[in-house]
Design a protein around this ligand. Structure first.
Ligand SMILES: Nc1nc2c(ncn2[C@@H]2O[C@H](COP(=O)(O)OP(=O)(O)OP(=O)(O)O)[C@@H](O)[C@H]2O)c(=O)[nH]1
Ligand SMILES: [Mg+2]
Length: 313
């Protein structure tokens, strides 16, 4: 896919957030003849209402106020540029992956990715999309169906594996998830695969059980291949807004989360949550989901994200 197509899709995916949140910034800018306190106050309200969060909004506003003073900005049009800059600054924890790139590091091989998150956030769908991206990039991919809790979970991952053209390792419903994870990694090693992606259940009888199970899966992977998993991706549904912050705290207590995936950005006006999460939790957002189709996953690129938030379609 060409970069411009990827950016177009990102823009389309962020349309609701742009329309409800950032179009208000554009309106604000158009309604004033000079940057004044009232304008900055309005901006603060817009960001907080847009799920950017109080702490993060304060940080952005403080930086803007300082720069307005020091660098003597006056015209309202300049405010948009300042805001984009300061949002990009807050997003720096995410690094600078170009939006079109979904790549694996050369080592270790296989690269082991474990995918976790509460039920319904989009784990299985994300794995399908990720597997597809790696597959078309020329990598050999194995997915492991370690969500053995739900009856239909195997079938759902199987459908995605077929679509993506990758191999799947599974066992009957009710099997030990850690055993499936172990098998998947063993199979990936014996097939000389480049990457293995492990799906997990989002729901068990109790939360404690779920967290204990995830820890066990992690331990077993490490036993099979010391150092694995190399990536623990926590999937979050962007439309849950501030609630996503709580989920991150719960999961990071149990397993060391190395990256976040924010799904369903296309269905929500709460895309500002990406900014709050990056600032408050310092865990990088690695991928974003902007639709239900197989090519609707993107590597998170902070500059493209900010541009897409402000650019009109
Ligand atoms: N619009 C949109 N829908 C998405 C996206 N990602 C996932 N979904 C939808 O979210 C729903 C749940 O996705 P799943 O992948 O089954 O979620 P899960 O976390 O594996 O769920 P459990 O296995 O039940 O815990 C599905 O209907 C997906 O199509 C996205 O980026 N955009
Ligand atoms: Mg699932």
């Amino acid at each position: 896919m060409f970069l411009s197509d990827t950016f177009k899709k990102l823009k389309a995916g962020l349309a609701k957030t742009r329309d409800t949140l950032f179009s208000k910034v554009t309106q604000l800018v158009g309604s004033k003849s000079a940057i004044d306190d009232e304008m900055l106050e309005r901006l603060e309200e817009i960001l907080i209402a847009g799920d950017v969060g109080v702490d993060t909004t304060m940080k952005i506003l403080d930086n803007i106020k300082r720069r307005v003073k020091q660098e003597r900005y006056e015209s309202p049009e300049q405010l948009t540029g300042l805001l984009k800059d300061e949002i990009a600054n807050v997003l720096h924890v995410n690094g600078d992956a170009p939006v079109a790139e979904i790549k694996l590091p050369a080592e270790p091989k296989p690269y082991v990715i474990m995918v976790v998150g509460v039920n319904g956030v989009g784990k299985t769908t994300t794995i399908g999309k990720l597997a597809y991206n790696y597959q078309i990039a020329g990598y050999r991919v194995v997915v492991g169906a370690a969500d053995t809790f739900r009856a239909a979970a195997n079938e759902q991952l199987e459908i995605w594996a077929k679509r993506a053209g990758v191999e799947i390792i599974q066992q009957p419903q009710g099997a030990d998830p850690a055993a499936v994870a172990f098998d998947s990694l063993s199979s990936a090693i014996s097939k000389n695969a480049d990457v293995v992606i492990i799906d997990t259940a989002g729901r068990l009888h109790t939360k404690v059980n779920l967290m204990e199970e995830l820890k066990k899966i992690k331990r077993v992977l490490d036993k099979r291949m010391p150092g694995a998993p190399h990536e623990v991706l926590l999937v979050l549904d962007a439309s849950t807004g501030q609630n996503a912050l709580q989920q991150v705290k719960q999961f990071t207590n149990a397993v060391e989360v190395t990256g976040l995936v924010l799904t369903k950005l296309d269905g929500t006006a709460k895309g500002g949550i990406v900014i709050a999460i990056s600032n408050e939790l310092k865990i990088p957002v690695k991928f974003i989901g902007v639709g239900e189709q197989i090519d609707d996953l993107q590597a998170f690129d902070r500059r493209a994200f900010v541009d897409a938030l402000f650019e009109q379609a």
